[in-house]
Design a binder for this molecule. Structure first.
Ligand code: HEC
Length: 654
């Protein structure tokens, strides 16, 4: 019998008896010889993507469970004797324990002073895909070909030293040579815990409804995704790719860390759903009996899903080439209404869904015919909605609305992507008005750091900014934004008593998927509460989307520059009369404080002023220059002076 059949026989046997027989299982898996790409989060919620490490000499992965002394011993011995990190080798542990949560993983890492990433393989999919079977089982991977060049124990039989075969292969890789693949049986064989992986998953009852709910919103005729899930055959054909995109967390495109917070429109797959989907794929993506729900997937609706809007704002038509990258486009459309209105809901309807990646709709005073220039929606414009694929309507939270005065203009920032065919788009914005003024104004504010300094070549560089609520507020949603070097982004709430809660973490930030994350339960923020926004940038060559790893990067609106920008949508707890007006002076002060006050004590000290304060001043200058003449006229300059004075007061009080 070939090895393949033996394995198959063994798995059938385990499946039937329900008991793992370790006599049979002391064999390592010799069939998996290449490491498939994957993304997992570690004990700190940081993302680890295997193929990110393609430029390293080697990647070491070790299976580990919290109760295994042997795995711990293997790890410490490896770190002490070969010091993988010092040699540029990526080293991570993979923990496939079912039900083990982030806190438990963190507690384990802390208790044993583990500095390596311990990856939370909560669905057990990565471990099984890599063929890992035992705690302490170690894979040495050659990133040139993603070939597994060593599988076996990290330790020799004495248990006190690194296994010579592993040490030799590792040395070869570090020296730039390619060692022959080796498999060394484990002398200590502690089987990894088994996941209750579902068997005989039904396409009709389980898979099709799951894809309908989590995928078909985009994967349908005329939708944004490149292929439509219209029947079983389509899904079967794409199964290998589905497997890969789920394993790497690319699909569904939901980037929030599932361990932090609960969000409306969460389209991620649960651990159980992932197991069902992959188990079904691994069993051959069978059709089985029953109906095929996916045949009911309808073409993307073009009508307004909430009924005919009270006002339809039609953007100019825009031609999209077949290929290439497009800068953001900015459109201004005059508001034709002759009365003030309160908006209660918005729908953004792209003309050509496949090319509209996001759209941000705001409004403000007309530019007087000189268009938007390159600067796009001003920070100080109230926002109507951010559209992302799969999320095209925004019904404002109960009791809130956005006040749109007559005679203003609507502004839209459009992110278009190409898809291999020339086309054109004409997006429409549908506004729904409230009959009466709501009790609260829905506010959209920004958190900004214009003093970014991201050194060339750094893989992890963090920048921070905060926003302080001056009145009691209720926070509805948050929006992280960086450009191509953005690697991870998070928001924490710091309450006036100093307590800090992480409320949103996006560990694998992706510029191509911009979105608001709306909390299932709004956050109550008493006056004095800070929202702290942190973004980690990757300006190294390992970041394949990096426009230029050789330059130091500072703040800028172009995608080859960087941004630390956080959007916050909230309402004040107690309404005040002028809530619909943005107090620009106060806003600028808040923005400037938010990135200058480095120690976050609520005061900007002289030595905290950024080296490039002139840059910040230049921004303020630009913002004050409302008529965009390139200089500050009398009235504008007056405002600027007031502003500068306010900032200085804080500095001198110290
Ligand atoms: C919010 C919209 C959206 C949702 C929801 C979504 N997809 Fe996608 N999908 C896309 C887009 C856009 C692409 C192409 C661009 C990309 O890969 O990012 C894509 C690409 C893919 C690809 C092909 C990747 C390739 O390399 O060509 C697969 C497979 C896939 N999706 C599977 C799924 C599955 C399975 C789900 C549900 C579990 C899902 N998608 C949910 C929008 C979506």
């Amino acid at each position: 019998m070939s090895k393949f059949h033996l394995n198959l026989f063994a798995s059938l046997l385990f499946g039937l008896s329900g008991l793992a027989s370790y006599a049979q299982a002391s064999e390592l898996n010799a069939d998996v010889t290449r490491a498939a790409d994957f993304t997992l989060l570690d004990q700190q919620g940081k993302a680890f993507n295997l193929h990110y490490h393609s430029q390293r000499p080697a990647v070491l992965l070790m299976a580990s469970v919290t109760g295994s002394e042997y795995a711990l011993q293997s790890m410490t011995t490896l770190v002490d004797s070969v010091d993988p990190q010092a040699n540029g080798v990526a080293f991570a542990l993979i923990n496939p324990e079912p039900g083990l949560d982030r806190q438990a993983l963190m507690a384990f890492a802390n208790a044993h002073a583990v500095e390596q990433s311990v990856l939370q393989d909560d669905a057990g999919m990565v471990s099984s895909t890599l063929g890992l079977r035992y705690a302490g089982e170690t894979l040495l991977i050659n990133p040139q070909r993603w070939e597994i060049v060593y599988r076996g124990p990290a330790l020799d039989e004495s248990g006190a030293a690194v296994h010579p075969a592993l040490a030799a292969s590792l040395q070869s890789l570090i020296a730039g040579e390619i060692p022959a693949a080796q498999l060394t049986q484990m002398s200590t064989a502690e089987p990894l815990p088994e996941h209750a992986v579902p068997v005989d998953v039904s396409y009709s009852d389980t898979v099709a409804p799951m894809l309908m709910e989590k995928c078909a919103g985009c994967h349908r005729p005329g939708g944004i995704a490149p292929w439509a899930m219209t029947n079983h055959a389509m899904v079967q054909g794409f199964s290998p790719m589905i497997r890969e995109t789920v394993l790497t967390r690319r699909m569904p495109p939901w980037h929030a860390d599932p361990a932090i917070g609960e969000f409306v429109h969460d389209m991620s797959l649960s651990v159980e759903e992932k197991q069902q989907l992959l188990s079904w794929i691994d069993a051959g993506s069978q059709r089985g009996d029953g109906d095929d729900l996916l045949t009911q997937v309808e073409a993307q609706l073009t009508e307004w899903s909430m009924g005919e809007p009270d006002l339809i704002v039609t953007l100019p038509e825009f031609d999209i080439p077949a290929t290439g990258m497009l800068d953001y486009q900015f459109f201004e459309v005059p508001n034709t209404l002759d009365r003030d209105v309160w908006v209660k809901a918005v729908q953004i309807a792209p003309g050509e869904r496949q090319v509209v990646h996001h759209a941000i709709a705001t409004f403000g005073p007309s530019s007087g015919g000189n268009g938007m220039g390159d600067s796009g929606n001003s920070l100080f414009q109230p926002q109507l909605m951010t559209f992302v694929p799969g999320n095209d309507t925004y019904v404002y939270p109960e009791g809130t609305g956005v006040f749109v005065p007559a005679g203003s203009s609507f502004y839209t920032q459009m992110h278009y992507t190409t898809f291999g065919r020339e086309t054109s788009d004409q997006t429409k914005i549908g506004l729904y008005f409230a009959d009466e003024a709501p009790e609260h104004v829905l506010q959209h504010y920004s958190i900004l750091n214009v003093d970014l300094d991201i050194p060339a070549g750094t893989a992890e560089h963090q920048e921070t900014a905060y926003y302080t609520f001056l009145r009691d507020a209720v926070i509805y949603s948050l929006f992280p934004h960086a450009h191509y070097r953005g690697r991870a982004s998070e928001f924490a709430i710091q309450y006036p008593d100093g307590r800090e809660d992480l409320v949103l973490s996006v560990p694998n930030y992706d510029f191509n998927w911009q979105r608001y994350f709306q909390f299932e339960e709004p956050i109550i923020a008493p006056a004095g509460t800070k929202i702290i926004h942190r973004t980690t940038y990757d300006n190294s060559t390992a970041n394949l989307s990096n426009p230029d790893p050789a330059v130091d990067v500072s703040f800028g609106e172009q995608t080859w520059e960087e941004m630390l920008y956080g959007g916050v949508s909230f309402r004040y707890a107690e309404p005040q009369e002028n809530d619909h007006e943005i107090n620009v002076e106060e806003y600028i002060t808040s923005l400037a404080m938010g990135f200058m006050d480095l120690n976050m004590d609520g005061k900007v000290a002289v030595d905290e002023m950024p080296e490039r304060a002139r840059q910040a001043l230049a921004l303020a200058f630009t913002l004050m220059d409302k008529d965009k003449t390139g200089g500050l006229e009398h009235a504008e300059f007056g405002q600027f002076m007031v502003q500068a004075n306010m900032m200085n007061q804080d500095a001198f009080i110290q």
